[in-house]
Design a protein around this ligand. Structure first.
Ligand code: ZN
Length: 248
């Protein structure tokens, strides 16, 4: 008579779980944004929703999609050594460079109390603008001038910080009208001046490279707040100083 081998101890019962493929980083970040009901248009900063290491994952994802784009354009990226690394270069350029203002937090800016109680018109600029249009992702290259009328309660920030904040706002796909408003909001919050004026003058390469192919077109936008809105003399003074500072 043969005895059956002792039964193996029963494994603890585990409910059958369908194996979920891991969500790509873009989907995880989007889920967090949607859960927080946070707008994530092209010109919004989403750094607070990106966890450590996810930018590298995003880059790999963008690279794979860019490769599909080149494929759809019937470009032989295997045979054409010039385009062999283009998908990877595009991914790095978008995430690390030209659109980094979406993915990186606001640069640290130290604010100083207005100890000298400065209350005279201050002009910062021209600050170089490098951006891209939201419609075609074509470059926008231009200049920005900032006019400030501080009061005794204003916080002052170092001159170079205006350029850093401007760069952070502009390094996103933008619409010029919205870009100047966003920059004004960031500066208003930090400096709290009595008056704030911003003028942006820029070349939109989607007008040069495609479309009407007009090489003379530059777009000028301005935002005037507080004292610059109420006081025509102050506004005139600001604009006349700009033309002396080399604005066409
Ligand atoms: Zn465009």
């Amino acid at each position: 008579m043969s005895s059956s081998p002792p039964a193996a101890p029963a494994a603890p019962h585990e409910p059958a779980q369908p194996i979920q493929p891991a969500l790509p980083a873009s989907a995880r970040i989007r889920q967090r944004l949607q859960a927080a009901r946070c707008r994530h248009h092209a010109n919004d900063n989403i750094a607070a929703f990106v966890h450590e290491g996810e930018l590298e994952e995003l880059k790999a994802e963008v690279q794979a999609k860019a490769q599909e784009l080149l494929h759809a354009l019937v470009i032989d990226t295997e045979g054409d050594h010039n385009t062999h690394g283009t998908a990877e270069r595009l991914a790095r350029m978008y995430i690390d460079e030209v659109f980094r203002g979406r993915y990186q937090p606001m640069p640290a800016v130290t604010e100083f109390p207005n100890a000298e109680r400065l209350n005279e018109l201050m002009i910062v600029g021209p600050i170089t603008v490098r951006s891209a249009c939201s419609h075609h992702l074509c470059p926008i290259m231009g200049r920005v001038w900032v006019g400030l009328l501080p009061n005794e309660h204003s916080n002052l920030i170092g001159l170079s910080k205006y350029a850093r904040i401007c760069d952070w706002v502009m390094s996103r796909p933008q619409i010029q009208e919205e870009a100047v408003m966003m920059l004004a909001n960031e500066l208003q919050q930090r400096v709290r001046p009595d008056g704030l004026a911003i003028v942006m003058e820029a070349d939109h390469f989607c007008m040069h490279w495609r479309g009407v192919k007009d090489d003379e077109t530059a777009m000028v936008n301005s935002v005037m707040r507080g004292a610059f809105l109420k006081d025509a003399n102050l506004r005139r003074e600001f604009l006349s100083l700009l033309s002396r500072k080399g604005r066409a």
